[in-house]
Every structure is written in C-alpha cells, then in structure tokens.
Design a protein around this ligand. Structure first.
Ligand code: VG1
Ligand code: CO
Length: 600
C-alpha cells in the first residue's frame, strides 16, 4: 500500500538526514570542480563535474515542483532537481532533443541558461527553447509532439503568483507531451535525496532573444517562435476560416484577459492576427515577470477586472481569461459565468457537430474526481466510455494514448482534448467560439444572437444542472489541516450507508483510489468523498500545488432537473449542503477559518 504524501515525505526526509547534510553547499566544503574531457557527453563540449549536496523537500506535487522563488534561487537548487531528473531518465537521454520554455515569470531566463548547460552536460544533443524562454504549457506539449522531442521542461508555477517574493516552478513532460507520471516523479525525488554531482557543460549563456540556432560542438540550441508549432496543431483542430467569419459579426464582441501572463502573445497571434478580432480585445497581453503584481488564476475572484467588464451595462458577448502558463481558462458570457465542470460537459456534447477534429465523434471522455458529474450525463447520453481520474492532468495521458479519451476536464478551470496532452486554455476558448458560431449559423448579423447563457441553459434543459462550487482555504497551518483530514477519515470509518447528514442520506464515503485502466498503476488517498443518495457530493482534498502551508479544498455538488431551479444562483442552491460539509468536517474548529479565501 502507498504511504500518504506526508508520511512518505517525512520518511524520506528522515532517511536522507542520516546520510547527508541538506542545504546549499558551504563554499569551503565544495571540492574543486573537475573538468574532464572523458566526460564530454556530446562531442566538442567540455563538461564540468560540479559537486553539490541535496536539498530537502524537492518533491513533485500535483504538477511539478513549486516553491518560493527565493528557494529556487539558492545555489544549485534548480540544478539539483534537473540533474536528478536526468539521472532518473538515465542513458536514454543521450543524443536526444529537449524542449524548454516557461510562463515568463521572474527567474525564468536565468533558469533556462542553467537547464541548457545541464542538458548539454548530460548528453542531450539539442535544446529547442521558446524565444525569451517563453512557452505556454499547452504550446510546450504541442512542441514536444510536433517535433518528436524526447520531452520538455516547463518553467512555471502556473496559476501561483510570481516574482522574487512569490513562486517559481518546474515540471517535466514526456515524449507524448504529457506531464511525467508518478513512477518518474517518484524516481526524481529519490535522486534529489542523493544528488552529489552536477554535469554542467562549459558553454556560455545563449542569447534567447533571437530566433535561430547556436552550436557548441555537436550540441545545439534552437530558439523558436513559441506560438508557431502550437498554432499548426490548433489549425488541425478548429475551422479557422469559419471562426474568422463568425468573429467578423457586428453583433459579436469578445475580450480575452491574459492576466499579464504568457497567453498575451498567443491571443494576439491567434485571435487578432489569424482570426481578425480587434487588437483591443486582448487585455493585459504583455507577459510580466510578476504578472503585474497579480494572481494569474482565471476565476471570479482573481480575474476581477474581466468580471467587471463582463458585468457592465454594455458587456461584450464573450469573455475569457487564462492563467500564468496558459493551460487554464475561464469562459464568461454577458453577465454569465460558465462553471468549468459545465464547460467540459458542454464542449463534449457539442464537439462532434462544431469542431472538425472531433467530427468522427469522441472516443471517450474523462474528468477528475472532484469535477461535477455534468460530463457523466453527456457520456451516458452519447454512450461514450467515461473515466474518473484523480486530480491533476497526468492521469489523462494514458487514456488518450490508448485512444480511450478525446475530451477531458477539471473543475479547476482546466479543459482539454487529445490534440495535445495538457489542458489548454486557448483550446477551450476556440471550442466555445466554435459552439457559438455553430449555434448562430442561421441567425442574421444583428438578429437575436444565441449567447453563452443560451447555450448553457439549453444544455441544462436537456441534461439537468449539476450545481457545483469549490471553497479554498489557502495557507492554513499544515498540522491543522492534517488534523481535520484525520477527523474526516474517522467520520468515514464510522459512517455507513443510510446515515443522515442534515437532509442528505449517505450512499457511500471513501478515500478516492484510482487504478489506471491502461497500466494498472494505483493512486491512493486522492480525496475524501461523501456521496449521497440523490447524487450530491461533498469532497475534501489538500492541494498539491501550494508552496507554503496547506490549502484545504472543499468541493460541493448537487444535481437538479427541476426546470424551476435551473437558473438558481449556485451559492444559494448549494447553501444547505455547504452547511453540512462545514459541520461534518468541523473546519472552523480545526483551521480557525470562518470564510474561504476563494470561492469558485
Ligand atoms: C490544482 C488543481 C488541479 C490542477 C492543478 C494544476 O491542483 O486542483 O485540478 O490540475 O492545480 O493546475 P491542487 O493539487 O492544488 O488541487 V495548474 O494550471 O496550476 O498547472
Ligand atoms: Co496552469
């Protein structure tokens, strides 16, 4: 049986403490750097063996390693993790090509230079890097697939804020463009506890501002346009000429909020240059190292400027935002919020009719466990294979590679298709525009435009509505959160089918476990869930992407097919079940929190 994250981490730490000193290497203890020609991993490149010591806690979370930028900037901190990754991958990296890019956050450019030297020093023959070290996460996935790279490194802490006082992150994606599975991330962690030598190529920094190839012996660095390969893939998925015609309608307008993060250049190129939208539709489109001091997380709390625009008197017909690295999306209509769990269901229901890439029909659909069951209903209706995976994108890759899943999504503003192996913010935007274009085919310009709200309402009328909300309690004390989880495990152990929680009758309560249907790997302790007889659910999880403290996530879902209730405000509809969740968890008692930090 797997150990929980906490015990696993604690045990590894204890074990490691026995054998090594953690932290940056004090200067006096650094043995002199050995330069050895025999070490030349690639012909014509000299490699220095730089001694190092392990750092504690370099454990990959839900999506890569995320820490405070200052931690990452400690001597050899990033290099240790990257060297450990290459050690985990072993000899098969020799002579291969590596993709590289990031979301433009603070420390990305310096990090790219370190990674290039380590790649050359460990036998890669080529690094393909986005200009200015930029590359949105979905674009990195596309780049890896298009150019058949061995894999790629993405320098991003995604939706976490950036800058010297905030977060930095790194993650590795494999040759299919998918986030490294747990068998690799566990191996990397093992290597970080014993890393002793960094193999650094003795080459100068590379100018990443200019597109082109720089050679050092047989090693080369190719700086590429970070949008180009991704755009090729998107053009294979969507009908660009049809979208262009739709965007030219006078009764349609849109705004895309890049939140000062990486999708600015993508939105300008795709929405403006390719699809003809006015340049003014891209808001905050210049990537900034600290996201202009903001929190690049596209939800109703952090994308408040976009929310203001979409709830103004004369609002655009369509609004969207994306996160730091461009894999999340929020879709809004005129005074209308599309819940991400509904969004993936609506995209799945309309994909075949509206998106050329899916015109043969979908192979199957998948959602993460906490995501609402709206997608389940579409799968049942279309008789599609359906999968429920743990939180995090890495679990979808196997299903897609096996041809069992075409569209998938998470409640956390993640939506994607099997055109790549990452969630894809721009994909979701183009999918919605395709659905709107299709719905408005017979509507003359200036007639009664079928809106985002109309599309969602029509969907609810057919399938019913899964009200959904997530409460986040950020930066709680880890010990408090752990106690609450222990208490909830106790509640689960003591409860049985038929027990009443408020007005809700328990069907089952468990700790979600997933056995991958393709490779049989097992992921345990993936969220505590209470499922009730009417299909309502309460789920608790601790976040695996934070960089300090613990974030408690509470997910609540309730279904209705009563026509009179379809348009209810979600918070109002969910009021009673939220109370039940707060009482059963005694959240306030354990964490001291009266209110969540973010409600989505
Ligand atoms: C969160 C979300 C999860 C998502 C992950 C990465 O993880 O819940 O659905 O896949 O972030 O998204 P957690 O462990 O904090 O709940 V991103 O855009 O930050 O790469
Ligand atoms: Co992201």
């Amino acid at each position: 049986m797997r150990l929980t994250q906490t015990t696993r981490g604690a045990r590894a730490a204890t074990r490691s403490r026995d054998v090594c000193v953690f932290g940056p290497v004090p200067a006096r203890r650094v043995a002199s750097v050995r330069v050895s020609a025999a070490m030349a991993a690639v012909s014509g490149v000299t490699v220095k063996e730089v001694p190092t010591k392990p750092y504690e806690g370099q454990k990959t979370g839900t999506s890569g390693l995320r820490k405070k930028t200052k931690e990452f900037m400690q001597p050899n901190y990033l290099a240790n993790w990257v060297q450990s990754l290459f050690a985990a991958l072993g000899d098969e990296v020799k002579g291969k090509s590596l993709g590289l890019g990031g979301d433009g956050r603070y420390y990305g450019k310096e990090a790219a230079q370190i990674i290039i030297k380590l790649a050359a020093g460990n036998g890669f023959k080529r690094v393909v890097v986005g200009q200015d070290a930029l590359m949105a996460t979905p674009a990195a996935s596309a780049l890896i697939r298009q150019r058949k790279l061995y894999g790629g490194l993405i320098m991003s802490a995604s939706h976490n804020p950036g800058g010297p006082e905030n977060d930095f992150g790194i993650k590795f994606n494999y040759s299919g463009g998918e986030p490294a599975p747990e068998r690799i991330t566990d191996k990397i962690y093992g290597e970080t506890t014993k890393v002793a030598v960094l193999n650094m190529a003795d080459i100068p920094d590379v100018d990443l501002s200019k597109i082109g190839v720089t050679k050092f012996g047989d090693f080369e660095v190719e700086v590429v346009d970070p949008v180009a390969d991704y755009l090729v893939v998107l053009k294979e998925v969507f009908d660009f000429p049809m979208l262009k015609t739709f965007l030219a309608r006078k009764d349609f307008s849109l705004v895309f909020d890049a939140m000062h993060a990486v999708t600015g250049p993508y939105a300008k190129r795709i929405l403006v240059e390719e699809l003809g939208a006015p340049a003014s539709c891209v808001k905050d489109g210049v990537p900034s190292p600290d996201f202009n001091g903001g929190h690049p997380d596209p939800n109703l709390t952090y994308a408040e400027e976009l929310v203001k625009i979409m709830w103004a008197d004369k609002a655009p017909a369509f609004g969207a935002a994306s996160d730091g690295d461009g894999d999340r999306n929020m879709v809004l209509g005129d005074k209308f919020f599309v819940n991400p769990s509904d969004s993936v269901a609506i995209i799945a229901a309309n994909a075949q009719a509206c998106i050329p890439y899916f015109k043969q029909g979908l192979k199957g659909v998948a959602r993460s466990m906490p995501t609402s069951g709206a997608l389940d209903r579409v799968a049942a209706d279309l008789k599609l294979p359906f999968f429920e995976t743990p939180t995090g994108w890495k679990f979808f890759g196997n299903l897609m590679d096996a041809g069992k899943c075409s569209v998938c999504g998470e409640e956390s503003f993640g939506t994607g298709g099997d055109h790549i192996r990452e969630k894809d913010g721009i994909f979701a935007v183009l999918a919605w525009l395709s659905i709107l274009a299709h719905a408005n085919k017979g509507v003359p310009d200036g007639g009664k435009l079928v809106t985002v709200a109309d599309v969602a309402t029509k969907h609810w009328q057919k399938y019913g509505r899964n009200f959904f909300s997530r409460y986040d309690y950020e930066e709680c004390a880890s010990a408090d959160a752990d106690k609450m989880v222990a208490h909830l495990r106790d509640v689960i152990a003591k409860s049985k089918k038929g027990d009443k929680f408020g007005e809700f009758v328990l069907e089952k309560a468990d700790d979600f476990e997933y056995v991958d249907p393709i490779d049989g790997s097992k992921a345990s302790k993936q969220g505590l869930r209470f499922v009730f007889s009417d299909g309502s659910r309460i789920i608790f999880r601790l976040s695996g992407t934070g960089s300090s403290g613990a974030t408690v996530r509470l997910y609540i879902e309730q279904y209705t097919n009563d026509p009179a209730k379809l348009q209810l405000d979600a918070q109002k509809a969910l009021g009673p079940i939220i109370q039940v969740a707060l009482e059963m968890s005694q959240l306030e008692k354990f964490t001291g929190r009266k209110e969540p930090t973010v409600i989505t």
